[in-house]
Design a protein around this ligand. Structure first.
Ligand SMILES: [Zn+2]
Length: 137
């Protein structure tokens, strides 16, 4: 399968929570890979992870609307909109210097191809290390 090419064809992708209080932009390619994780929290939320470098991510509005939830090691900072409860992005344990953006919160129209890979987050200690290399830089 094709890999995302760093630096190639970068364009702005807009995202938001459900109520629109939190809005953000990711500079990324039009073809991306995301992870469908089966860990305790992602499985219940249906979260699809698009891992991006911090410098590709811009919070446009809503910093004051975000509340943070942590569990287990506390490394991941799960950020939810306090108005609508949606988690549009967060700081993941695998890539604490970047973001995991929720593909389900990206507005339609700018992503042309999305590959979804299953990620076995239930056995995180064994597989988490593979995610660092997945960040779109
Ligand atoms: Zn909201």
């Amino acid at each position: 399968m094709p890999e995302a090419r760093p630096g190639a064809d970068l364009r702005p992708h807009l995202g938001a929570c459900h109520c629109g209080a939190v809005q953000f932009q990711v500079l990324g390619p039009s073809e991306i890979r995301v992870e469908d994780c089966n860990c305790s929290i992602c499985r219940k939320a249906g979260y699809l992870h698009w891992l991006v470098a911090a410098r590709r991510f811009t919070l446009l509005r809503g910093a004051e609307a975000l509340v943070t939830y942590t569990f287990n090691t506390g490394t991941a900072r799960h950020t939810f909109c306090r108005h609508c409860g949606v988690k549009p992005f967060y700081v993941p344990r695998s890539n604490p210097d970047g973001y995991s953006v929720n593909l389900r919160c990206i507005a339609p129209g700018t992503l042309e191809t999305v590959w979804v890979d299953a990620f076995d987050g239930r056995d995180w200690e064994r597989h988490g290390g593979t995610l660092a290399a997945r960040t779109v830089d």
